[in-house]
Design a protein around this ligand. Structure first.
Ligand code: SF4
Length: 67
């Protein structure tokens, strides 16, 4: 069993540079207006490693994982 964590983005910090999308395209996607869309509310055993990479890649520290 894998614990899930809630994926949160602080949109006041996000500058829509797309680095999270590059790391985890199944979870993060910039729409046609360069607005970040978070496609999964929680981590899964499948996306956890990619989401952690996205958290580490975000230069604005806008992505957080929590309960
Ligand atoms: S990496 Fe961070 S700043 Fe860039 S689009 Fe993703 S959440 Fe926004």
């Amino acid at each position: 069993m894998t614990d899930t964590m809630k994926i949160s983005v602080d949109f006041d910090r996000c500058e829509s540079n797309g680095l999270c999308q590059a790391m985890a395209p199944d979870v993060f996607e910039l729409d046609d207006d360069d607005f970040l869309v978070v496609k999964a509310e929680e981590t899964t055993s499948e996306n956890l490693a990619a989401v952690r990479q996205a958290v580490a890649a975000c230069p604005k520290a806008a992505i957080s994982l929590g309960q």
